[in-house]
Write a protein that binds this ligand. Structure first.
Ligand code: SAH
Length: 345
């Protein structure tokens, strides 16, 4: 059985031709999958019954079942725990902004990057998601909430650049003019800093926003928080970021989670400013979300504003991220972790 939701339109056309069907049927099916969010072939009512039968015999539509759903009492943020066809669980979050709805999607079941403050990585990686499973997170939320999603952030569980092929396929499919046609500029991809893949992405020359999880301004501190920093140091990472920004003319967004007493001192802010100074970039400060299994705690508001003031004073564009969904375990990997623990898994 072939994964039809991960196929590009030309791939689907080739499949239909090999089934002895007219090529134009592919576009109809593609619209059913990516515009209507169909979860079964029986919904595709403008296709002949015989074709629907042939499709069910040859292809599978990967969907997400809603295992749990939480709505924040503060800000309408919705967090889903989805169950995949093989029983694995992943998380997605839907956030409502003035400009529309944004979905934060997962790219892997678990994660193997090992960042010290992150709940997604506590049990390592189980497997990569297929492009269709990443898409299904968006389509399921749209269907469930009766909304149209306009923005996607790849900031859920997993490291998207550790699942490069499916991540790129997802991005190409969701922006396909024959499908959902999401604007490339409305996609953000966040990475912990897999340097060779940043150069690969640069060569794709996409107008998406690249977010880089920095979290520390020195190699020593970064290595203590993020094992990936042992492989690629800050010099190599910032060089890749500078190349990316000049190669694509897109501003890099640096993520910096402020952890009390760890990376939130004025000295860190000064070092951070000189590290990213002169680059086409923006720094996003995030008060760290405490995860039960780690001893990371968020910095005091006064410390956060001092840190951001130092950056701003040195001409670095900086914002402090608003916290959405704090009452529903909306941070990366927290919900799956909590549910697995309470289910005794
Ligand atoms: N693997 C990718 C994308 C997923 S994580 C990456 O590392 O960028 C999305 C963002 O959330 C990253 O910046 C990550 O470092 C951050 N993050 C993870 N756990 C967090 C926590 N407990 N509090 C705040 N931010 C966290």
């Amino acid at each position: 059985m072939l994964d039809i939701g991960s196929m590009t339109l030309p791939e689907l056309e080739a499949q239909l031709v090999s089934l002895g069907q007219p090529k134009y049927r592919a576009k109809q099916i593609f619209r059913w999958l990516h515009v209507s969010g169909a979860v079964s072939f029986s919904e595709m009512t403008d296709l002949p019954l015989s074709l629907r039968g042939a499709l069910s015999n040859n292809f599978v539509i990967f969907t997400c079942d809603i295992e749990k759903k939480y709505v924040s009492a503060y800000d309408n943020t919705v967090k889903y725990l989805y169950r995949l066809a093989d029983g694995e669980w992943i998380e997605s979050v839907v956030m409502q902004y003035k400009y529309g709805y944004s979905v934060c999607v997962s790219s892997q079941v678990g994660c193997r990057m090992g960042c010290k403050f992150c709940a997604s990585t506590l049990d390592g990686v189980v497997r990569n998601l297929t492009a269709s499973e990443i898409l299904a997170q968006v389509y399921t939320a749209e269907r469930d909430l009766g909304i149209r999603v306009s923005h996607v952030v790849m900031m859920g569980m997993g490291e998207p650049l550790d699942n490069y092929a499916q991540t790129l396929r997802f991005i190409r499919l969701i922006t396909d003019p024959n499908g959902k046609n999401l604007s490339m500029r409305h996609i953000s991809l966040s990475t912990c800093g897999i340097v060779p893949r940043i150069y690969d992405l640069m060569r794709e020359d996409l107008q998406l926003t690249l977010s880089v999880s920095l979290h520390a301004p020195t190699d020593e501190l970064r290595r203590s928080l993020m094992p990936v920093a042992k492989k690629w140091d800050l010099n190599a990472l910032t060089e890749a970021c500078r190349a990316y920004a000049s190669g694509t003319s897109r501003r890099i967004s640096f993520e910096y989670a402020l952890i009390r007493g760890v990376n939130d001192t004025p000295e860190c802010a000064v070092k951070l400013a000189s590290l990213v100074g002169g680059m086409l970039c923006h720094v996003n400060l995030i008060p760290v979300n405490s995860v039960r299994e780690t001893d990371c705690r968020e910095s005091d508001p006064a410390v956060i504003s001092r840190f951001s003031g130092i950056l701003a004073g040195r001409g670095i564009p900086v914002t402090v991220r608003r916290r959405l969904g704090a009452d529903i375990n909306a941070a990366c990997g927290q919900l799956r972790r909590k549910e697995k623990t309470s289910a005794g898994l």
